[in-house]
Structure formats: structure tokens, C-alpha cells
Ligand binder design. Structure first.
Ligand code: 6PG
Length: 485
């Protein structure tokens, strides 16, 4: 076949994300060849959603490869983990040096790095890309976060940037993130932040509900908030969800079991944060809150034993409702601050050059956490690419100060009423720790030294000099070595 008639890209995996990405590419004038391990799905797709498009199908890897332009671009939209490796195994002998494999799943970044190393000797270029926006995003414009072999970027940038959403200043929500597994890492942190946002929103919902607001009123409140600094996709869908009724006229949200699932990316974010010693407390609490929610029967038993606390009656309900929105906003600032701290630590550890302003810009459209607020983050990093911490940027200093009192009153109301707000309260505790020049960690160091001779640094001596006290007179002068894991 003449190369000009061949397909621009192949997509393997025809689940909903794969199908929608193919249709999106087709809309943008790219010729796509679709393949799936269960080949009946190819026919169903061609006869169904892809009918009348230029999409072509393949029933074998050989057929797929023979119809692809050079360098061949093969995108995997299969389940992350083993299925990606199995697909690579099948592809590898059919590809030539310079051909490109792109994994578009929620992949652990170290898996991408392992695959890059595996494919290097064969000269096959590899990209691991985060894609966010769910099925609707995949169809109409997702946020795309590619990383891997930089040599491959020029060959895929046109396709990816055309199909991506447009964000702030009409910029494509896709750009080269960097080498190795950084594209997947950035997507993982995006998902961690997504967990944080969802938890904070659900806590605000619990607080509004405790004040006796109906679903319709709460839906209206989230709509109002969506017209202010909280303006975001997740707030908007929350308003829609709260107002959504079943055919029987009942609200669907009230019928959903309160046990939250998770597919692993939030957990990876928290594991990585522990590895890099970064206090991403809001994301961690969001993850743990999902775990706690799944103890459904045990929670029901516990409620019988401990009862329900009396809701503290606020002197001014409208004022408290307004405060809850402000607490949500302030906590969101903390959560994103922590997410960016993690990105920064990872960049340092793994030698990545992350453009923080651009990452925020990519996240302003297409993805699940898209928001007006990310434009403010982009602005902060564009102004100062070396910004130490978002909480030190003028805009966010003012935003936190303006909302601090409302935040404290909302958390107090929750604590007094026995309503769990792990996200809002851990955000506030982080803020209070971060703005405190002397924490009680001196006592922790003393305890460590008391029972284990772990040594401590002193405020009256230069850093990195370690001291030990023979606290009991019996411990002697032998110390344990001083290191941080
Ligand atoms: C996105 C979403 C997407 C997916 C998550 C859900 O960016 O489009 O984050 O990746 O919905 O995997 O994650 P949990 O099932 O862990 O909540």
C-alpha cells in the first residue's frame, strides 16, 4: 500500500476510552486503525460508533502494522499493568527502529521507565502518557501528559495537541512533560489531587446537609460556588449530581452506598509522597477516608455504641454556609500546594525538568480537576518558576488570609458536631504547622534520643552536628547513627 494511504496511528484496546480517542482523532483528520485482542469488538466498533468515519479496522497485529505509516505509531489503551507488557510482547517483533509505542493508561511511572529501557536496544521509542477527562474528555478533548523518549514527541505532537482540550489562553492541554516516566507521574499526582478535591467537596456536602439543606438547595449552593473562585468541573458536576432524580422522582445520590472505591492512583501518590518525605496530608486523608468509608457494617455497629452527636446550632446559618465554601477553597489551596511540593520533590529526585506553570496550564482544561483556580497556579509559577511553595506566592497568601477565619469556624463547627472532616481539618493543621516557626518536634527528638540514642541537633549549634544526652544516667555515651530514611 502507498504510504500516503496508510493510517497515521493505530489504537489497540477498544474499551470506552480507546473508542472515544479514536473518534476524536478521526474528527481531527487523522486516519486511525483500530485493533482489539477480542477481534469481534473491532467489527462492533466499525459497525457501531465508527460507522461512516474514516476509521479502519485490523484483525491481526500483522494487518495493523502493514497499514501504518512510518514511523509507526501504536497507541495502547489497554488495562494498566500486565496487559501493557503482554501487548508490547506481541508488538515488538513487528516494529522497526524509530517506531513508537504510546501507553495511554493510568500506568505506574516506574513501569514506563522499565519499558523504555526494555525497548531501547530495539530502537523502539516509548511514550507513557497520562490522559485525563474520562470518556467525555477522550471524545471531545482530554488533557494529555506525555513523557518518555523525547525523540518521539515530534512524531506525535500534532495528533495529541489537535485532539486535546483547549485550556487557559486557548493553549492545547497537552505538552511534552519530560523524559522517563514523568508523564505518568504527573498524571498520578493529578489523580491524587482529584482525590483531595473530591474528599473536600464531600465534606462540604456533609456540612451543608447537617445544616438541614435539601438536595435542591445544596445543588444551588454548589452552582453559586461554581461562579466564584471554586469554579471547577468537580463543583459543577457535584451541583448536577445533587439535583439529579431517578425515574421514581427520588434523588439518586441518596440511594448510593457510602463506600468509596479506588483504582490505585491515589495510593501511588501517597506511597510516592512517603518515599520522598512530602506531607501531602489532604490527599492521604482523602485516600484513607475512602478506606474508612468501606468499613460500612463496622461503622453501623459503632454508631449504635457511640450514638450521634448533637449538631452544634450556628448563630447564623447563612454565614456558616458561606464559611463552608471559603473553608473548601482554603483547603483546596493547601491540597494543591502539597501536590506541587510532591512534584517538585520528585523532579529533584528523578532529575526531571518539570515546567510547573505549563502543567497547571494543561490542567486548566479537559481533565477532571480543571478549574479557574489552576489558572492562578499557572500565573504564580509563570511569575516565578523557582517559587519555593505556593503558600509563599502573594495571590495565595492573600487568599489564605482572607479565608482563614471562615475555615477555622467551619472546622470548629464540624468538630463540635461530630462530623468527620479529615480533608478540611488536615489542610488546616498543615497550614498551622507550615506557618509555625517552632513546632513541638523538639520533644520528639528528645524522646528518640532518650529511648534509642538517636541524637538530635541543637538550636544553639550549627545544623548537621548531632548530640546525645545520657537522660537516665544509665544509657552511656554510645549513640545510634543519625540518618533519615
Ligand atoms: C481522569 C480520571 C481517571 C479515572 C480515575 C478514577 O483523570 O480522567 O482520574 O483516570 O477516573 O482512575 O480513579 P479511582 O477509581 O481511583 O477513583
Amino acid at each position: 500500500m502507498d504510504d500516503s494511504k496508510k493510517a497515521d496511528i493505530a489504537v489497540i484496546g477498544l474499551a470506552v476510552m480507546g473508542q472515544n480517542l479514536i473518534l476524536n482523532m478521526n474528527d481531527h483528520g487523522f486516519k486511525v486503525i483500530a485493533f482489539n485482542r477480542t477481534t469481534a469488538k473491532v467489527d462492533e466498533f466499525l459497525e457501531g460508533p465508527a460507522k461512516g468515519t474514516d476509521v479502519i479496522g485490523a484483525h491481526t497485529i500483522e494487518e495493523m502494522i502493514s497499514q501504518l505509516k512510518s514511523p509507526r505509531r501504536v497507541m495502547l489503551m489497554v488495562k494498566a499493568g500486565q496487559p501493557v507488557d503482554e501487548t508490547i510482547d506481541k508488538l515488538i517483533d513487528h516494529l522497526e527502529p524509530g517506531d513508537i509505542i504510546i501507553d495511554g493508561g493510568n500506568t505506574l511511572f516506574t513501569d514506563t521507565e522499565r519499558r523504555i529501557a526494555r525497548l531501547k536496544p530495539a530502537g523502539i521509542l516509548y511514550i507513557g502518557t497520562g490522559i485525563s477527562g474520562g470518556e467525555e474528555g477522550a471524545r471531545n478533548g482530554p488533557a494529555i501528559m506525555p513523557g518518555g523518549d523525547e525523540k518521539a514527541w515530534a512524531a506525535v505532537s500534532e495528533i495529541f495537541q489537535s485532539i486535546a482540550a483547549r485550556g487557559i489562553n486557548d493553549q492545547p492541554c497537552c505538552d511534552w512533560i519530560g523524559s522517563g516516566g514523568v508523564g505518568n507521574y504527573v498524571k498520578t499526582v493529578h489523580n491524587g489531587i482529584e482525590y483531595g478535591d473530591m474528599q473536600l467537596i464531600s465534606e462540604a456536602y456533609a456540612l451543608l446537609k447537617s445544616l438541614g439543606l435539601t438536595n435542591a438547595e445544596m445543588s444551588q449552593k454548589f452552582n453559586d460556588w461554581n461562579n466564584g473562585p471554586l469554579d471547577s468541573y468537580l463543583i459543577q458536576i457535584t451541583a448536577e449530581i445533587l439535583g439529579y432524580k431517578d425515574k421514581d422522582g427520588e434523588y439518586v445520590v441518596d440511594k448510593i452506598l457510602d463506600s468509596a472505591g479506588q483504582k490505585g492512583t491515589g495510593k501511588w501518590t501517597v506511597i510516592s509522597a512517603s518515599d520522598l518525605a512530602q506531607p501531602i496530608s489532604v490527599i492521604a486523608e482523602a485516600l484513607f477516608a475512602r478506606f474508612t468509608s468501606s468499613f460500612t457494617e463496622e461503622r453501623q455497629e459503632a454508631q449504635k455504641i457511640y450514638g450521634t452527636r448533637q449538631i452544634a446550632s450556628p448563630s447564623d446559618k447563612e454565614f456558616l454556609i458561606d464559611n463552608i465554601g471559603k473553608a473548601l477553597y482554603a483547603s483546596k489551596i493547601i491540597s494543591y500546594t502539597q501536590g506541587y511540593m510532591l512534584l517538585k520533590a520528585a523532579a529533584q529526585e528523578y532529575n526531571w525538568q518539570i515546567n510547573y506553570a505549563r502543567v497547571a496550564g494543561i490542567w486548566t482544561g479537559g481533565c477532571i480537576i480543571r478549574s479557574r483556580f489552576l489558572g492562578d497556579i499557572q500565573h504564580a509559577y509563570a511569575k516565578n518558576p523557582d517559587l519555593e511553595n505556593l503558600l509563599l506566592d502573594d495571590f495565595f497568601v492573600n487568599a489564605v488570609k482572607e479565608n482563614e477565619q471562615a475555615w477555622r469556624s467551619s472546622v470548629s463547627y464540624a468538630v463540635n458536631s461530630g462530623i468527620a472532616v479529615p480533608g478540611l481539618s488536615s489542610a488546616l493543621s498543615f497550614f498551622d504547622s507550615y506557618r509555625t516557626d517552632r513546632l513541638p518536634a523538639n520533644l520528639i527528638q528528645a524522646q528518640r534520643d532518650y529511648f534509642g540514642a538517636h541524637t538530635y541537633e541543637r538550636i544553639d549549634k550549627p545544623r548537621s552536628q548531632y548530640f546525645h544526652t545520657n537522660w537516665t544516667g544509665e544509657g552511656g555515651i554510645t549513640t545510634s547513627s543519625s540518618y533519615n530514611a
